[in-house]
Design a protein around this ligand. Sequence first.
Ligand SMILES: Cc1ncc(COP(=O)(O)O)c(C=O)c1O
Length: 436
Amino acid sequence: MMPVTWPEVGSIHPFSPEEQTGGYRLMLKTLEKWLAEITQFAAVSLQPNAGSQGEYAGLLAIRRYHQERNDPERDVCLIPLSAHGTNPASAVMAGFRVVPIECDEEGNIDVEALQAKCEEHRQHLGALMVTYPSTHGVFEETILTVCEIIHSHGGQVYMDGANMNAQVGLCSPGGIGADVCHLNLHKTFCIPHGGGGPGVGPIGVASHLVEYLPGHAVLGDEEGTVSASPWGSASINVISWMYIRMMGAAGLVAATKVALLNANYIAHRLKNYFPVLYTGAKGRVAHECIIDLRPLQKESGITVEDVAKRLIDYGFHAPTMSWPVAGTLMIEPTESESKEELDRFCEAMVSIHGEIQKVINGDWDSENNALRRAPHTAEMVSSDEWNRPYSRELAAFPVSRLRDHKFWPAVGRIDNVHGDRNLVCTCEGMEAYLED
Ligand SMILES: Cc1ncc(COP(=O)(O)O)c(C=O)c1O
């Protein structure tokens, strides 16, 4: 992170002339080269500012490819139902018609349905957008077949590489047969994620698409520009540069393996408490696992949101809730969490499972309990008034570890949708502009 603050990196104007920015451009070029090597693509563009913008840039490249081959009618984009919401949004923005593909019961792309849609749209098939490993947290075993089917019907394969941290050094989008892929450097390559950015969503392309990568007037090419500056969020690329340089090839492979191991460790430790929704044929997940809270909700009335709020009392920000499947938690520990942290999380989840059992058994009131009323602030717990049917200790210190390190939430339960349903206009009316 430190070089981001160096003026040689952070104070360069994106349009500075070439002769003044030799080192800066070399850094960006080297990063492009490394990312091309990791993805096994012919070239990479750092221009897109986010994964979603990478999707847009990559799909535009595919559109232009079809158009220049006198195939402008190829405007159908197949997208599995498990896809991230940005996929259909980008496809529409890039001028495609979205056709959804069903998933089977194991959460994988239904290959027969895919084949049928390809036949149906044979003349118009432009692209497939496929996420690998899938958002269901599984390496879909049919991925090579899926790519072949698309190519044999004249389409191009767009791989959503937001889950690239499960591939780096073990397999690659280019090797699998994709034609374009975006990466989220703010996920896989260490740029801090969250808080709204900035991000970097570079795209890699196979050789036949290199000429359709985004251009920019500063680079002497105005076609296909997708962001205001030639290298998008240029300065923060130094974070990924440093990460790749310091990790080295062996380190990057180790990180991928640890990310896979960590997700499987959690899935294995929790599976007897919360069923893991999707696994591969060998019972393993990829770099994330979806645990299903719906059966427990049916029995206890405790929702996934109650569990998410209770996790705050245990010192955790909840994992992704109700996506890609409503009523579930998607846990993606990544390579960054230590075994101790994974254990702390699993213990919290097991303890919460025990609390849900108390509601099921009738030991706890179905509404007035520590789950429904979580999270508990310091103000609540230390107040002179406490008239709940459970103790203050249980509210704030459900496991002993919390005595050593306690995170106190600033607010208790809020009405999540109140703001959405009660809009308040903060701009002044026209009267404010009237002169006295
Ligand atoms: C599978 C998948 N695709 C695309 C995106 C979009 O990336 P971004 O948020 O950088 O636009 C995400 C983001 O979380 C994702 O998980």
